[in-house]
Design a protein around this ligand. Sequence first.
Ligand code: ACO
Length: 427
Amino acid sequence: MADTLTIKDNRTGKTYELPIEQGAIKAMDLRQIRTSPDDFGLMTYDPAFQNTAACKSRITFIDGDKGILEYRGYPIEQLAEHSTFLETAYLILFGELPTASALDAWTHEITLHTMLHENIKKLMEGFQYDAHPMGIFLSTVGALSTIYPDAKKIQEEDSRRLQIRRLIAKVPSIAAYAYRHSIGRPYVYPDNDLSFTGNFLNMLFKMTELKYTPNPILERALDILFILHADHEQNCSTSAMRGIGSSQADPYSALAGAAAALYGPLHGGANEAVLRMLKEIGSVQKVPEFIKKVKGGDGRLMGFGHRVYKSYDPRARIIKQTADLVFGVTGRNPLTDIALELERIALEDDYFVSRKLYPNVDFYSGLIYQAMGFPLDMFPVLFAIPRTAGWLAQWDEMLRDGDQKIARPRQVYIGAAKRDYVPREKR
Ligand code: ACO
């Protein structure tokens, strides 16, 4: 028997058979359910899209209950152990791991595009000295659309590929410039002899030395963090990327919007919020008091909970291991003990256990970033760099998908019924 869902409409007595495909019914199939010819047809009401699939995707698989994350079928644990960020970005974008020569070519192509147009420096100079680097980042990414008007040719595969390479190569340069601007240091040009993350560290931290040599442990740790953040299927910022891209805007404009979505404290701003929370708690002794406050509804335990993961976020586990490597070089972040105590208590507390609230990717990443010398407001920018690969892969997939149209949800109108305008003096 075919997979179908039978719906009986008690208003009319009619029954409807809706096909179930890949665990979903088509919302448009509900439209046929009407009480009269002028009835618009049944809709689903799903604020925040908690149970609505907006696309079919081949990129990232998550099983939130089992704590599984895979890019193109490869478990995140294996990629974090064996791959590099650029190789993972290639996998996410093109569907397969590259051969050795394809990886060389891809690395070369990305390296060619790391420079920013000199006008970008002037644009950045216009920002206040204390401007949040994420604000600078997202504005600058948007501004790139004016430098590359050819990016409007979104239907042309060659043009899309070029913009993808440009964006992946240039976001670390923008991020580094935003950082250097915020601390008043001169911008550092890319060093194309270095790896993707090694060059990023160079652009961030190089001083007067002729050649910057990244610490290999920190370089690898950052690469692992980039792998873990590269994609996460239809989250808030990716949905923004797809939503904006669906109007056929160029990818720089769409990516600026995705970065804006990532900026919020409930999404990519959470790792920054975690560190502020840990600082505010101040000591291990004050952890029980803080947990009590959260349980009483006063604030949230930042870095805990996830819309999809209802068990330990697999990325958080890898990040915890990476933290030990980093602390071996930088020394232990003193806030780590507070984080460990928060996790210990929360994992035993019925409030968190019953709501399936576990540490997410952001709970430990901020501790690593801080130990590596990044200021708090750089954290969301560090998230945006690798996620650029995921945003672009999802954008490209959307543009190839014949099922997609301009994104346009419906609403249930609950406002005033039609009424006549009342002259001002009579109100
Ligand atoms: N601390 C305390 N309570 C929480 C938390 C938290 N971090 N997260 C959820 N809850 C509680 C809610 O109060 C709610 O309780 P109730 O049922 O008694 O009202 C219940 O758990 C369900 O919470 P929702 O808000 O419905 O869960 P949702 O799936 O909408 O939210 C989110 C997910 C936004 C991530 C949430 O868990 C949160 O705010 N976490 C803290 C911020 C954070 O770490 N964000 C990063 C997410 S990962 C990422 O974006 C990369």
